[in-house]
Design a protein around this ligand. Sequence first.
Ligand SMILES: [Zn+2]
Length: 102
Amino acid sequence: MASSYASESGQSRTNAPRLCYYGEKSPVKTSMTSGNMGRRFYGCARYGVDVTCGYFEWVDPPMCQRGRKVLPKMVAKMNRLEKELARSRRREKMFCKALFGT
Ligand SMILES: [Zn+2]
């Protein structure tokens, strides 16, 4: 019985590792641009290390109009709240020092 797994060109199968044009395994990255925030994509294995081959493929389907509008605002709000939280924690520490003198 001949095995049909002999050929290694697994590019068509969705869970097979993607190979970039250098023939190296593409890492999955997450987009942080406002139009595609949080959307994952395959990029060149040498991105940030060497000259990339230009390989690029989305993992997730495009985001709906509503999500594209709302998500960047939510992220901005979260960042703002986190900063506020850090500030009030610092203030709390200062108050404790002033009140209890430790
Ligand atoms: Zn590459």
